[in-house]
Design a protein around this ligand. Structure first.
Ligand code: C2E
Ligand code: MG
Ligand code: MG
Length: 510
């Protein structure tokens, strides 16, 4: 077939169309978009794949017409199925930029169909970025400023991938399928490192060419956000794609923003440079911290994801599966539920990492939570657990000191001379202020945020460090209205002398 001779007619007759390959959010399994891939449907020959005509069209400087035709086809699809709110990525060729003003041409199409620019993501390969650098840079900025996302396609297939990353800010990095295809220890190490790097660079990650469940699970576990490949679907016609969407969950616009934020969370080690030289397959993930993603909605918990480390920790606490844990924390009768809810609510309120120590199944452990993103009244919480000890003595010390401390809302050791504080214990419902900053800052912040405004002045006078250092007796004590949930309650605040340097600051309900 003479592609060049037939080309104009094929475009005019609508023989060149977009096929759609779904993009799947790894942690939820929902369809979050599709890549539009060109197919030439010849009435006599049938479906012709791009490998047969792309390079010929490039050589003849006609490729831009094809790329625009695909964008136009995508705009039509978007308009016919507006309620689905899907996003699309389209491919641009490096030759596109040589002859025509691609920005204006694309802009015109979007205006004609009234499609917002953030719906169409533009895939560039590194060859585009390396050649025609000055033209590309101008275009890149033009597209970005106009609200388009720019994705780097086939990352890792060329020689200059890293140079391109250094010079341009991409929104999504698409990992070339050649790396996934091998799926041996060496490619896993590379995948692991690329994902780690995307998180550091604040980019989202997508893996192409995912063909089986094992690859999908591996990628999901190392925190790759989006999956594309035959495992979910080949590129399919518009009609087939609509049928496919009928049986799949589609990610809403709000869900998209919600999960995009979670994408920046690094599922992997805090130390990405940890020697890559002598570890085996299982080590690839095992140096990551235990991590779970939990959705908190109307006092219900839903676990979206846990990594292997988290699973190991859970077993120590006596939970065989994530379902067991989910059932327990959603059971009104479960003794740790209330404290867990309070901890999560504190994470939502304060935004910082909340830590609560506890004992379950004779294991002393710390539970850390942090708010990752929110949508309406749904909150996505990252959770990490760290079993501190199973030693009998540690267990007893914590157990008895906790029952002792339970008579207090908060116990903090303060050292006025060093302007420091260490919070020893606080009920989950009590804001953690002391111990996270200098003592003076802590006092001021506590007075402003936790003490009823009418009591603030008096609290600051009470907590006068010069007065405390020269304290006559063994303690000073007063009563203040202190925040308790949405209201204020009377609490007994006491500062007791331990020795010449240290004092114990306690708050007790009355
Ligand atoms: P690409 O942009 O990297 O697209 C991904 C290619 O990988 C597609 O091939 C897709 O069918 C294939 N693929 C996806 N998942 C799997 C998988 O699990 N296993 C295997 N073996 N392959 C998978 P396709 O559609 O033949 O396109 C090939 C290339 O042609 C594209 O690579 C892109 O560079 C180019 N192309 C396609 N459509 C257009 C277009 O509209 N404009 C331009 N300029 N280039 C296009
Ligand atoms: Mg592509
Ligand atoms: Mg690609």
């Amino acid at each position: 077939m003479d592609f060049i001779k037939e080309f104009d007619n094929a475009i005019k007759s609508g023989h060149i169309v977009a096929y759609y390959q779904p993009l799947t959010r790894a942690v939820t399994g929902a369809v979050c978009g599709a890549e539009a891939l060109a197919r030439w449907i010849d009435p006599n020959v049938g479906v012709i794949p791009p490998s047969e005509f792309i390079s010929i069209l490039e050589e003849n400087r006609l490729i831009y017409k094809l790329d625009l035709a695909i964008i136009e086809d995508v705009c039509r699809f978007y308009n016919e199925n507006k309620d689905m709110n899907l996003n699309f990525s389209v491919n641009l060729s490096r030759i596109d930029f040589v002859e025509v003003d691609m920005f204006s041409l694309i802009d015109d199409i979007l205006k004609k169909y009234n499609v917002p620019s953030n719906v169409i993501h533009l895939e560039f390969t590194e060859s585009t970025m390396i050649q025609n650098t000055s033209i590309t840079r101008t275009l890149f900025n033009q597209f970005h400023n106009a609200g388009f996302e720019i994705w780097i396609d086939d990352f890792g297939s060329g020689f200059s991938s890293l140079q391109v990353l250094r010079e341009y800010d991409f929104d999504v990095l698409k990992i070339d399928m050649s790396i996934i295809k091998q799926f041996d220890t060496s490619s896993k190490k590379i995948l692991y490192s690329i994902i780690n790097m995307t998180k550091k660079l604040g980019m989202h990650s997508l893996a192409e060419g995912v063909e089986n469940y094992e690859q999908y699970q591996f990628l999901k576990n190392i925190g790759c956000e989006i999956i594309q490949g035959y495992y979910f679907s080949k590129p399919i016609s518009k009609k087939e794609f609509l049928d496919y969407l009928k049986i799949r969950k589609i990610e809403s616009k709000e869900d998209n923003e919600y999960w995009n934020k979670a994408g920046y969370l690094n599922f992997l080690s805090a130390d990405p440079l940890k020697s890559l030289s002598n570890f085996n397959d299982s080590d690839i993930i095992s140096d990551a911290a235990p991590l779970a993603l939990i959705e908190f909605h109307n006092d219900k918990f839903k676990y979206y994801f846990i990594n292997d480390q988290y699973r190991t920790e859970l077993k120590k606490l006596g939970f065989e599966t994530i379902i067991d844990l989910e059932n327990a924390v959603n059971d009104e009768k479960y003794e740790n539920r209330e404290n867990f809810i309070i901890q999560v609510k504190n994470s939502i309120l304060h935004g910082d990492i909340q830590r609560v120590d506890n004992i379950i199944n004779n294991v002393v452990f710390s539970h850390f939570t942090k708010l990752i993103s929110k949508m309406d009244n749904k909150y996505l919480i990252a959770s990490s657990i760290n079993s501190i000890s199973t030693k009998r003595t540690d267990f007893l010390v914590l157990k008895y000191s906790q029952s002792l401390y339970k008579t207090y809302d908060c116990v903090t050791e303060i050292t006025p001379k060093e302007d420091s504080a260490v919070q020893i214990y606080s009920t989950a419902g009590f804001a953690k202020i002391y111990g996270t900053k200098s003592l003076r800052e802590g006092i001021n912040e506590f007075a402003s945020n936790e003490v009823k405004p009418s009591d603030k002045e008096r609290y600051l006078k009470f907590f006068d460090l010069a007065k405390i250092i020269n304290m006559d007796g063994t303690y000073i004590q007063d009563i203040f209205l202190i925040r308790s949930g949405d209201s204020y309650k009377l609490k007994n605040v006491r500062i007791s002398k331990i020795d010449n340097e240290k004092y114990l600051y306690t708050i007790q309900s009355i």
